[in-house]
Design a protein around this ligand. Structure first.
Ligand code: IPD
Ligand code: CA
Ligand code: CA
Length: 273
C-alpha cells in the first residue's frame, strides 16, 4: 500500500484540477471538429488554461519553487529549492483530433548541491484525465498507479515485445534517424505503436503495457516525470548512446534491462549503417 507523500499529494491535486478542466474542454473539441474554423484556437486556449491552473496550484503549495513551463517558459524561484517541470497537455495532436489519449506531466527537480544548476528529478506524476489514471513515482519509493505498485514487463524476447515510439512530424525530429531505427527494430518485435503522448508512453512502459519506448527530439517537460516512473518501476532509461543521464532532454530509450540492451544494440547498429 502506497503512502502518498505531501509532495505527491500536491502534484496529484494540481493534475486532477487541471485535468478536470481538460476533460470538459475535450468534450467541446469533439463538437468543434466539424466546424469550419476547426478546434485549433480552442485547443491552444485549453492548453494555456491547464498550464495556468497547474501554475496557480503548485505555486500556492510551494511559493518559493521555480518553474519550467512548456508554454510560459522558465520562471526562476529560490535557487536552493527544487523546481517544477510541467507539460500541461501532452498529446496535443490527439486532443485536437478528438482522440482520447493525452496527459498532464509534472516533475520536481532538485538543484545540484554545489549550486551549479539542476540535478535529479525526485518526484513525477503523469495524469491521464480520460482514464483518471495517476502514474507517479518518488525517488527510492517506487512507481505506482494509484496505490498499486508498478513493475516494467519481464519479457526478455524481442519477438514478444510491444514497443512504443514517437515518429517525427512536420518541422519536428529527424526522419532519417527514425527510419533507420524503425527498419532495424520493427522486423524483430511483436509490434510498434505510436500513441502520441510521450509521458504516457513511458508511464505505460512502467506499467508493463509496453515493453519498451524510443524517441528523440523530446523536451524536459515530455520526459522528466516519465523517466523517473520507468526507473522506479525497475526499468532502464538511457539516451541513444546508452548513457543513463539524470534527466533526458532529448533522446530516450526505455525498457527492462534485458530488452534495453537488445534494443540498444539494434539502435546503435542502425545508426552506424
Ligand atoms: C508531443 C507528444 C508526442 C511526441 C512529441 C511531443 P505535445 O508533446 O509527447 O508523443 O512525439 O515529440 O512533442 O506537443 O503534445 O505536448
Ligand atoms: Ca509534450
Ligand atoms: Ca504539451
Amino acid at each position: 500500500m502506497a503512502v502518498l507523500s505531501g509532495l505527491i499529494r500536491v502534484m496529484e491535486k494540481a493534475a486532477r484540477k487541471a485535468g478536470g478542466r481538460l476533460r470538459r474542454d475535450f468534450g467541446e473539441v469533439e463538437h468543434l471538429q466539424v466546424s469550419r474554423k476547426g478546434p485549433a484556437d480552442f485547443v491552444s486556449k485549453a492548453d494555456r488554461i491547464s498550464e495556468r491552473t497547474l501554475y496557480d496550484e503548485l505555486l500556492a503549495a510551494r511559493p518559493d519553487w521555480g518553474f519550467v513551463l512548456e508554454e510560459a517558459g522558465t520562471i526562476e524561484g529560490d535557487p536552493t529549492k527544487p523546481r517544477w517541470i510541467v507539460d500541461p497537455l501532452d498529446g496535443t495532436s490527439n486532443f485536437l483530433h478528438g482522440i482520447p489519449h493525452f496527459a498532464i506531466s509534472i516533475a520536481a527537480q532538485e538543484p545540484k548541491l554545489d549550486g551549479s544548476g539542476w540535478g535529479e528529478v525526485t518526484a513525477g506524476v503523469v495524469y491521464n484525465p480520460v482514464t483518471d489514471e495517476t502514474f507517479w513515482a518518488e525517488k527510492a519509493r517506487g512507481a505506482w498507479l494509484h496505490d498499486g505498485r508498478l513493475r516494467v514487463s519481464a519479457r526478455g524476447r524481442l519477438s514478444d515485445a510491444l514497443i512504443a515510439t514517437g515518429i517525427p512530424f512536420q518541422g519536428h525530429g529527424d526522419f532519417g534517424e527514425w527510419t533507420k531505427i524503425f527498419s532495424s527494430i520493427g522486423p524483430q518485435v511483436a509490434g510498434i505503436r505510436r500513441n502520441g503522448a510521450a509521458s504516457l508512453d513511458m508511464a505505460w512502459v512502467a506499467a508493463g503495457r509496453f515493453d519498451g519506448f524510443w524517441e528523440s527530439g523530446l523536451n524536459d517537460w515530455d520526459t522528466a516525470a516519465g523517466c523517473l516512473i520507468v526507473r522506479e518501476a525497475g526499468g532502464f532509461v538511457s539516451d541513444f548512446r546508452g548513457r543513463s543521464l539524470p534527466i533526458h532532454s532529448g533522446q530516450v530509450l526505455a525498457a527492462n534491462d534485458t530488452l534495453h540492451s537488445k534494443l540498444h544494440k539494434l539502435l546503435v547498429g542502425a545508426l552506424k549503417a
